[in-house]
Unconditional design. Structure first.
Length: 155
């Protein structure tokens, strides 16, 4: 199954184009801290608010992906409300059949996914994926109970 079939992918804005300068942005340091945080999961109820203030904002429980480092994490409550920059993509799951912790495990650890990312990425030294490219990655999911066990062990 392709990522675009299970998640809506939103990439952050170029921060040099932002008019408001006092915004807090979700950075790679935030992503790494969230990846290694105590494994408390906050999952949004699936209702996505499409107002301009939240399209590029993150909430606790969102799955985020750094397009430069190819690392995924789940946003912690400490980083809720920060805005996405152009290097971070938010993956809003559109189905309840995917455990977000398993998705992070698969993106970060699956050799098959890493191989696909390397094949389609842009760049000569470091491969960078656009949101459209990320949507084309194919992933196979076990049943939800197995996903939850793997996700629990990973986090």
């Amino acid at each position: 199954m392709k990522f675009k079939a299970i998640a809506e992918i939103t990439v952050g804005q170029n921060i040099t184009r932002e008019k408001e300068t006092n915004q807090k942005y979700y950075t790679n340091d935030d992503l790494i801290a969230d990846l290694h945080a105590i494994p408390i999961i906050f999952i949004w109820n699936g209702i996505e608010d499409k107002t301009p203030d939240t399209v590029h904002g993150v909430r606790a429980g969102d799955v985020v992906y750094n397009v430069v480092t190819s690392t995924a994490a789940i946003v912690s409550p400490q980083n809720q409300g920060k805005r996405l920059n152009q290097n971070i993509a938010k993956m809003t799951l559109t189905t309840g059949q995917i455990d977000p912790r398993y998705l992070c495990y698969a993106i970060n650890e699956s050799k098959d996914i890493q191989k696909q990312m390397a094949a389609i990425g842009q760049g000569t030294v470091k491969r960078i994926l656009t949101s459209a490219m990320l949507g084309e990655i194919t992933i196979t999911f076990p049943d939800l109970a197995t996903q939850e066990m793997i996700g629990d062990a990973y986090f």
